[in-house]
Design a protein. Sequence first.
Length: 291
Amino acid sequence: MIQIPIESINLLLLNVGHAHHYADWNWKNVSSPFVRIFYVTEGEALLHLPEQTIRLQPGHMYFVPAYKMHSYECHGLFDHYYLHMYEGVQGEMNVFEVYDLPTEVEVKVEGREEMDTLFAYLCREQPDARLPQSDPTSYDTSGQTSDYAQRYRDMALWEKMELRGAMLMILARFMQHATPRVWTSDERMKRVLEHIHNHISDNIDVEELANVACVTKPYLIRLFKREFGTSPIQYINKKKVERAGLLLFTTDLPVKEVAWQLGFSDDSYFIRLFRKQMGVTPQEYRERVKP
């Protein structure tokens, strides 16, 4: 499996708060480039995922991965803490890519006081991270989200240390039950994947990947497609577009600068590629994406 050293886990906070609802937490087709964690304190609701529907209940925490399309349904009382986070834009594969985290974990009675304390601490220390409204469309502008991200970047080091420690303790509850993704049993392909993620901001050439795997270029293409069901270039472009979505969402960088940072010398090509994968242009994504 691909190893993730603890030192490389760079969690960044976007939002945290305690929400109180009564039959008014009903949003459809929500998707975002960050992960969401919910900790239910009272009442219940439904989380609709493509593969299943989960009943959200007190004493449990729930994890929704980035880019996972989902919907919410609530017919009565529903109180919960929410935590939105992402891993800082780096080259390496991040923890959310390497591990499959469970959607639901139970917080045992003896551990609820600790979990209550952690979320209450985050809410108390980061009041500006609270969402102004629960409607995802009310906080989907790039300006609003980049403000959240900039607020975190401007914190003092000791504040970041405390904040990251609390987030790691919460995430650890899911990691206890996480399973490593079996990307491939072929060591050559593991090296290729790691190379792609470590150089996602570069203009990666297939010949370069063939050298990493110590095989010929045609064989690399056949082997990669057999292992991952897609070509190396398609995989690279998919990961570049996902990284672009995060940059568009958490910074005010112009689209042309985002393209350049991801190794695209032709921003028109980048825009076409982004639109093909996301269904909208980078600018439209920035304006319309629902976190």
